[in-house]
Design a protein around this ligand. Structure first.
Ligand SMILES: CC(C)(COP(=O)(O)OP(=O)(O)OC[C@H]1O[C@@H](n2cnc3c(N)ncnc32)[C@H](O)[C@@H]1OP(=O)(O)O)[C@@H](O)C(=O)NCCC(=O)NCCS
Length: 240
């Protein structure tokens, strides 16, 4: 029988900043940007771009999304995300080009499967926008915001071990590889597979040992007002 001091802390005893958020989740007061990409609200006008992003063999291979992915699926996704946000489960953002606002992908911050003080990030990038650092920039922006604003100790990225592009993006975002969680991911087929576990802490985000240097080190992470006031009647939230 372990001593009481050896037991993991009861979540109820954790400082309030380390408790799992109970919805509704708070969104950033303004768009998060490093002046190359920005994280913004998803809009009904993004449906076609979401379909182009998600109806893709690489997405079908690595994420538990419908395949083929249709406009009906995109609308259902947009309609679902406000409920997930209000329940405290997840927040979703469009990744956009910081210059022209074009949709580049979707990124989500998830709490539903996480322990207190932890969150998970999931992401996907449109085929035409891949290979130029969009995912790693978006991950860093969202992880930085989550660590500062939700009192998270760590933000996890769970990747199928064979998903080289996603692993490279995680590493490019300065997430540390911590090992393999066996049977750590559920697939669309209902089966499970291993998860390569990456995580970001505040220390990682201030690290300088990066191929991609954190924009905050150069004082170029910005929040800037949204182009128009957010429409609170419209769904906001979740990635997967
Ligand atoms: C994974 C994904 C989000 C990466 O987006 P991205 O914006 O292209 O990522 P980044 O450009 O930030 O980083 C990708 C890196 O992987 C490299 N890469 C891409 N495909 C690769 C491959 N097949 N083999 C080796 N490296 C590859 C890129 O060259 C880039 O390398 P760099 O860090 O040296 O520049 C995108 O490929 C995607 O949406 N895939 C389908 C959905 C998915 O897998 N989501 C993640 C689930 S965990």
């Amino acid at each position: 029988m372990p001593d009481a001091q050896d037991l993991p802390p009861d979540p109820e005893d954790l400082p309030s900043t380390l408790k799992r958020p109970t919805g509704p989740l708070r969104r950033p007061a303004a768009v998060l940007t490093d002046e190359v990409v920005m994280l913004d609200d998803l809009r009904d006008t993004d449906v076609d771009a979401i379909v182009t992003c998600c109806d893709d063999p690489e997405v079908a291979r690595w994420l538990p999304l419908p395949s083929p992915y249709t406009a009906t699926d995109a609308r259902a996704f947009l309609a679902s995300i406000q409920g997930l946000s209000e329940a405290g489960d997840s927040l979703a953002f469009a990744i956009r080009d910081a210059i022209d606002g074009a949709y580049l992908g979707t990124i989500g911050l998830h709490f539903a499967r996480c322990r207190a003080g932890e969150a998970e990030i999931g992401y996907l990038v449109s085929p035409a926008a891949r290979g130029r650092g969009v995912a790693r920039r978006a991950v860093r922006l969202l992880a930085d915001w989550a660590l500062r604003n939700y009192g998270c100790r760590r933000v996890e990225l769970l990747v199928q071990p064979g998903n080289v592009a996603s692993r490279r993006a995680a590493e490019g975002a300065a997430a540390a590889f911590e090992g393999t969680r066996r049977n750590g991911l559920a697939l669309r087929s209902g089966t499970v597979t291993d998860a390569a576990v990456y995580a970001l802490t505040s220390e990682d985000l201030s690290s300088r040992s990066l191929g991609f240097r954190h924009a905050a080190e150069h004082h170029c992470i910005r929040v800037r007002p949204r182009a128009q006031p957010p429409d609170r009647s419209r769904p906001m939230g979740a990635c997967r």
